[in-house]
Design a protein around this ligand. Structure first.
Ligand SMILES: C[S@@+](CC[C@H](N)C(=O)[O-])C[C@H]1O[C@@H](n2cnc3c(N)ncnc32)[C@H](O)[C@@H]1O
Length: 1017
């Protein structure tokens, strides 16, 4: 790197500019700053550049240094922060330090003096007026390279943080090559066609770019850690990727120089690996790199593909279990010529590596060559799996043999009939796939990915479609389901179960998976449960729990065996057709065990044969875990059922019921402030309409997911459908309505069929603003959602997530134009209640209130909690009618009119020191565990909140906790802009008063509920 000298043209120009400014007697700070900026630009090393205000991540937040120096791989090399001459430079530096400002190689200056920090230490102060000092600053700054990290743990941790940046830098290099590097373009196009043909016909070019990035970033690690110098040349897929990379590096990209810039992390990681002799430790180490790489680099990919390695105790238990089942049920070992095994989601190859250890040595070469298979669709894990398995085999046999059973392929696509057009990447890989397809598989083992697909249309991250597997699911798991919402069946793990069943064909065999285990008890899976017991003859399931939504007292990191948020379980499904009937066995480990305790238990048990099983007898509805009081609950009268909804004379309490409003773009259509809402919705409609224009002008051939711009419009499925039909949006202020967004959180909603994804039938409940005055709606948590049962009463439009997934039972319903009001409590119910209680005075309103009262009965909720998880409420005829009706009426008034109840008298603690009292809420905070003191802001704390108030819970939160959670100022994580502000200019004390009011509502609710008759049925 050339030294900057006082004779440098840019330095001379800089001082000439300063002298000119001095002559003009212009104390022009802006001009001298511009001169300095020019100097920095002109002296930067060749190929490096300055970028202004580039975000820099610090622990999830972003900091925006004034300028960042990027090298030719777009990696940050230094930062420049400009301060005003009048600022106290040292004080400013201290402030920046507190905010986590990067002090790696950073200049702070005030146009007179510059202070240089390197690796958090001040290394010098430079008078900018002196040319020699100025040049020293520039040379010290440009020459600095971050020293390699010595500590392995630190290196891995920093690698994870930096990997996103590194990848971004590489992406830019690749983009440049796409634009102007002909050999690369040719190599890429060829490789892209291969990927389309072999992995996914709809694969995006960006996904193939990502493969190159994965390869470049990790190839050196794999090579050095495993000492497998020629792996990249030898492996059938890596060799192909290398060809593209070779074209990429032909111009402007020096691979060695690039890899050298990664020394910082890699040296420590590689040194640590050198000291590990034991291969299994290296394997663990690679597992960590695999996981950390994806979490740091491509979180979306990690989500859609379930990138997380399977912990050792689980792998061991499952492999041992398969061995035990083969022996006990079929009298064979893992090495028997009849046994053909596949892991369809190989990840790092942990299952195959373990199985190799369990196969009798003399049979190992044959099994390894002909009877063992694994598939992986992501490049990095595919490499790691190859290295892991091949190395393990070498350890066990002393021979190096490529693992010919490993395929780089999408497992689920293998079920599609039209295989002939696929080439499977390279000839060698294709041959591997074809051999696998012909193998008579008898064991499927693994840890398939689980995700229901993208949650948000703007992610444009949809899972690939698998026509054949999806058809098979439709014809079995979905066809045999009675659930209304079967979305959960699109989870990837469900497809893998179906695939495994298909892959066994009509052979006897075993499927052993660890997966999300919501199929055991959630309603959408009744058809899947039924089919598992048709497809297999012995089904064992170990429930390892870990669903943090069902049990908020546990954490994914400490209690879940996979460290994730969804509940998991191990299934061993055995098909042995000599059994005439299927049997189901179940074991649950204690729910509150830490993951280490669960692993310990799996180690101790070793395999399925030593587990204490409970035999389950599924009921006619295909429930495996039949709730204790199913028959009793079944005998109660329903609020409403799917059948009653369609019936002409419904035998249920309510005729019509509907879900709450599902907007799919809450942050666009909800706001506390009318003007902000109007502005935002208008802007949204304009942006959307511009897309409609663009679509109408286009040839309409591009798939809509690829056509739309994701910049300004928050898309949803139905909005994309509207776009395809060329429908414009139109703003109408009359559509702004009140809505209850969460318990006791009233806000404004733009209530519109185009901008709300699904309004269900809510427009029949609240067609016009006037109807808010008279109508009342009981909202309950729908079956299926994981929260404890709870109910609310509203007089305005409810959001879908008011009560978990909300079902709304209105007193009145109307036509869409507000005409034709009718009572929604059925005549059948009126007659039934009047007859039961021999009381002609009972009205439909009384029945409505009776329902609301009874739904709060603690004994009812406790006893029938499991039933309410799978069904909408059914209510008993309580021994006495009126106590429930009266209590319900009282609760209804409290809950609907919560904004006008007298606030509970609380103790106002104002901050000492004469600061003016403020009502403004940024984020309220409980000051004590019992939650009796609430800090509103720095000037005000509300104390003396009765503990009992927190007994009034809606789901997992008390009413007051809902306020604290929802009434806060929300900001955009990237820009820092306020996105939602609950403070009211017209009524500043609204939130503070609301705390008092909701405290009163809570205390009164608890009183009314506790006074309900003990006996409710
Ligand atoms: C949970 S991980 C498996 C972890 C593995 N047992 C281990 O210990 O490393 C799931 C793996 O399946 C792969 N995968 C996801 N979908 C796939 C598909 N359709 N075909 C093949 N592999 C797939 C993912 O890339 C991921 O590596």
């Amino acid at each position: 790197m050339a030294e900057v000298k006082p004779t440098h043209k840019a330095v001379r120009q800089y001082y000439e500019t300063l002298a000119r400014l001095a002559d003009q007697r212009a104390d022009n700070e802006g001009a001298s700053r511009a001169a300095l900026q020019r100097l920095l630009e002109d002296t930067a090393p060749a190929g490096w550049s300055w970028t202004m205000e580039l975000p820099f991540g610090v622990g999830g937040k972003h900091i925006y240094p004034d300028a960042t120096l990027l090298d030719n791989y777009y990696q940050p090399r230094g930062f420049w922060e400009a301060k005003d001459t009048k600022d106290d430079l040292d004080a400013e530096i201290e402030k920046k330090k507190d905010r986590g400002y990067p002090l790696v190689n950073t200049i702070f200056e005030d146009t007179r003096v510059a202070v240089l920090y390197q690796e958090k230490i001040e290394i010098g102060r430079y008078e900018l007026a002196t040319p020699a000092k100025l040049c020293a600053l520039l040379n010290d700054f440009y020459r600095f390279t971050q020293p390699p990290i010595a500590d392995f743990q630190k290196a891995v941790a920093e690698f994870k943080v930096r990997v996103a940046d590194l990848a971004l830098g590489l992406k830019k290099k690749i983009d440049e090559a796409h634009a102007g590097n002909a050999p690369f373009q040719a190599a890429f196009d060829k490789f892209f066609a291969l990927c389309q043909n072999s992995l996914n016909p709809n694969i995006a070019r960006a996904a193939v770019d990502e493969m190159l990035i994965q390869h470049l970033l990790t190839e050196r690690l794999l090579r050095k850690v495993f000492g497998a110098g020629d792996f990249m040349r030898r492996n059938v897929v890596a060799a192909e990727v290398e060809k593209v990379i070779a074209a990429l590096v032909s111009k402007s990209f020096d691979r060695h120089e690039y890899l050298k810039s990664l020394d910082r992390f890699y040296v420590a990681i590689e040194r640590a690996a050198e000291t590990i002799d034991d291969f299994s430790t290296k394997q663990k180490f690679l597992n960590t790199v695999y996981e950390q790489f994806f979490q740091g680099y491509a979180v979306k990919v990690a989500d859609t593909h379930g990138i997380v390695y399977t912990p050792g105790p689980i792998v061991d238990f499952m492999c041992n279990s398969v061995a035990a089942v083969l022996k006990d049920e079929f009298g064979v070992t893992l090495g028997d010529p009849s046994v053909h095994i596949i892991d369809p989601a190989a990840g790092t190859g942990s299952f195959v590596a373990k199985l190799l250890h369990l196969i009798p040595r003399r049979e190992l070469p044959r099994v390894y060559k002909d009877q063992l298979f694994a598939n992986e669709v992501m490049l990095l894990p595919y490499y790691v799996a190859a290295l892991n398995v091949e190395h393990t085999y070498w350890e066990l046999t002393g021979q190096y043999e490529p693992f010919e059973g490993l395929c780089f392929v999408d497992t689920l696509g293998l079920a599609d009939e039209d295989q002939s057009k696929f080439h499977f990447m390279t000839e060698a890989n294709a041959q591997r796939v074809h051999r696998q397809q012909l193998a008579p598989i008898t064991v499927v083992i693994g840890n398939p990915p689980y995700n229901v697909g993208q949650l948000n249309e703007n992610d444009n991250n949809k899972n690939r479609r698998y026509p054949e597997i999806e058809k098979k699911i439709r014809e079995t798991y979905a066809k045999d389901s009675t659930a209304t919402n079967k979305n959960a069946l699109s989870d990837a793990y469900v497809k893998f179960f179906k695939w495994a069943t298909w892959r066994l064909g009509d052979r006897d065999g075993v499927v052993c998976f660890i997966s999300n285990n919501n199929f055991v008890d959630e309603i959408a899976f009744d058809g899947m449960r039924k089919n598992l017991l048709l497809d297999f003859d012995r089904v064992y399931h170990i429930d390892l729990h870990g669903n943090v939504r069902k049990n908020p007292k546990i954490s994914g990191t400490s209690h879940n065996v996979m460290g994730i948020q969804v509940g998991v379980g191990i299934t061993v499904a055995v098909r042995k057709r000599t059994y005439k009937t299927a049997t189901l066995f179940y074991h649950r480990v204690p729910e509150f065990w830490y993951k280490e305790e669960k692993w310990g238990w799996l180690n101790e048990k070793k395999d399925v044969a030593s587990v204490e099983w409970k035999e389950l007898k599924p009921d006619a509805r295909q429930s495996w875990l039949v709730p204790a009081h199913a028959d009793k609950f079944e005998g109660f009268i329903p609020l409403g059922t799917k059948e009653s909804k369609k019936a002409e004379k419904p035998e249920a309490i309510f005729a019509l019921f509907s879900n709450g409003v599902k907007t799919n773009r809450d942050d666009v259509v909800y706001d506390f402030d009318r003007h902000k809402l109007i502005d935002r919705v208008k802007r949204f409609i304009e942006d959307y309409n511009a897309e409609v224009d663009r679509w109408r002008r286009s040839d309409k051939k591009t798939p809509i997911d690829d056509f739309v711009s994701y910049e300004n419009v928050k898309w949803s499925e139905s909005l994309k459908a509207n776009l395809e039909r060329g429908r414009y949006g139109e703003f109408d202020e009359a559509k702004i309505r009140f809505s209850l967004y969460r318990p006791f959180v009233k806000t404004l909603l733009y209530f519109d069929p185009m901008l709300n994804e699904r309004r269900y039938q809510t427009e029949l409940l609240f067609p016009l603003t006037e109807k808010e005055i008279e109508n009342r709606v009981i909202c309950v948590k729908s079956p299926g959602s994981t929260q404890p049962f709870h109910a609310s009463l509203v007089g305005i439009i409810p959001d879908l997530h008011l009560n978990g997934d909300t079902q709304c039972f209105p007193f009145y319903v109307y036509d869409e134009d507000g005409a034709n009001r009718r009572e929604n409590i059925t005549d059948w119910a009126l007659a039934a209640f009047r007859e039961k209680y021999a009381d002609k005075k009972i009205t439909k309103w009384d029945i409505f209130h009776y329902c609301y009262g009874l739904l709060h009965h603690p004994g009812y909720r406790a006893t029938f909690g499991p039933n309410l998880k799978r069904d909408l409420p059914r209510l008993p005829f309580a021994p006495e009618f009126w106590p429930f009706a009266r209590a319900g009426k009282e609760l209804a008034a409290l809950h609907v009119d919560y904004e006008t109840v007298e606030p509970l008298e609380l103790e106002w603690r104002e901050a000492p020191g004469g600061k003016p009292l403020s009502y403004r809420v940024e984020k309220m905070k409980w000051l004590d565990d019992a939650k009796t003191q609430l800090r509103v802001n720095e000037t005000l704390t509300l104390a003396g909140i009765p503990k009992v108030a927190h007994e009034y819970k809606l789901g997992n939160r008390s009413a007051l906790d809902w306020l604290v959670d929802q009434y806060q100022v929300k900001k955009d994580k990237v820009t820092g802009e306020i996105t939602s502000d609950p403070n009211r200019a017209d009524e500043p004390e609204y939130v503070v008063n609301l705390v008092g009011r909701v405290a009163r509502v809570s205390v009164e609710t608890v009183r009314v509920v506790n006074a309900l008759p003990k006996k409710a049925w």
